[in-house]
Design a protein around this ligand. Structure first.
Ligand SMILES: O=C(O)CCC(=O)C(=O)O
Ligand SMILES: [Fe+2]
Length: 349
């Protein structure tokens, strides 16, 4: 077993071919070999690039083209589907400066999306936040279809990668689906980070998205060729921001707070941030694959996780421990989302 841990720091993110996990005909040995690489990455940095994932390149090119066409629309047209109109489902468009990470406005605009659920879905009927129908723009035609197809493909891929994470922890491959993700919470965003100065007038740096960890289980990020994603490495008392440059045909995979919690911090949800220094728009498509809303997330009992990892609440971006909180994943997520969209929280919830 690889015994690397985040305390050792890291200087690059590994590229892992996950084909054996997506191919039902692959051998147990081939699946285990991929799982071992994933386990090492989760212990070291919580980040890796997935290649060999099988998500159609044509679908991705279509999604990218349609996303660029959406952001190129006049602001009023984009505001026709602003988030305030999405109600409790928390969907729609937000303009540059509309989201706060680490307490300061991000330099990005975006479209909040998620699993498309009709009014008859039990969680929608119950008025559950973050569940419901998407707000799709009238233009460009085709964005709706591409988004729905892409979310379906990434949901399949997420189940496959989670089976590898289970194997890496010496658990049955269906460990997560049996407990947390038979009805996962699926959220998807399309971001545009416009170019601009990297320092504000008051001397503070301006981030596309400020330092944060992801809240849920697994994030699969598609990014264009602009670059600008950075991952926090810590060695002794030293912090180093490691670039996660675009790798063609890959997704950046990183684990979120819930997997950190389940593994008592041995698999790390690592802080990351974005600054667009490319001098042109940067687009990204983060897909979040999370436990069901009502799931109570519990530590995993596995010999692979022997030995306690230190709680790192004092080091985390929002000083909140992922290990101490009580309640469901939904409770945890609402607490986080309320911080990044304070006005919307008061209006909608
Ligand atoms: O746009 C990116 O590259 C990262 C976005 C991100 O970290 C997030 O949405 O959680
Ligand atoms: Fe993130």
């Amino acid at each position: 077993m690889n015994t690397a841990s985040a305390a050792d720091g890291f200087d690059r993110l590994p590229v892992i071919d996950v084909r054996a996990l997506t191919d039902a005909a692959s051998s147990a040995a081939a699946r285990k070999a991929v799982a071992t690489q994933i386990g090492a990455a989760c212990r070291e940095s919580g980040f890796f690039y997935a290649v060999g994932h099988g998500v159609d390149a044509g679908l991705q090119a279509r999604l990218e083209d349609l996303s660029r066409r959406f952001f190129a629309l006049p602001l009023e047209e984009k505001l026709a589907i602003r988030m305030a109109l999405g109600g409790r489902a928390w969907r729609g468009y937000f303009p540059v400066g509309g989201e706060l990470t680490s307490g300061r406005p991000d330099r990005k605009e975006g479209l909040y999306l998620g699993a498309e659920l009709g009014p008859e879905h039990p969680l929608v009927r119950a008025g559950t936040p973050l569940h419901g129908a998407n707000l799709f723009p009238r233009e460009p035609v085709g964005l709706r279809g591409a988004v729905l197809e892409y979310m379906a493909a990434l949901t399949r891929l997420s189940h496959a990668i989670m089976s590898g994470i289970a194997l890496s922890l010496e658990l049955a491959e269906d460990y997560f689906i049996a407990r947390y993700t038979s009805d996962p919470l699926v959220l998807f965003r399309i971001f545009n980070y416009p170019p601009g100065d990297s320092t504000a007038e008051d001397g503070h740096p301006i981030w596309g998205v400020g330092e944060h960890t992801d809240y849920g289980m697994l994030t699969l990020l598609k990014q264009d060729d602009a670059g600008g994603l950075q991952v926090k490495s810590r060695q002794g008392g030293q912090v180093r921001w490691v670039e996660a440059p675009p790798v063609p045909g890959s997704f950046v995979c990183n684990i979120g707070d819930m997997l950190d919690r389940m593994t008592r911090g041995i698999y790390r949800s690592t802080p990351h941030r974005v600054q667009n220094r490319a001098g042109r728009d940067r687009l990204s498509w983060p897909f979040f694959f999370d436990p069901g809303w009502t799931a109570a997330v519990r530590p995993i009992d596995s010999p692979a996780l022997a030995g306690a990892a230190a709680d790192d609440a004092s080091e985390r971006w929002d000083r909140q421990s992922v290990h101490a909180f009580q309640g469901t994943y939904g409770d945890y997520l609402l607490g986080k989302v309320g911080k990044v969209f304070p006005d919307l929280k008061t209006e909608v919830l």
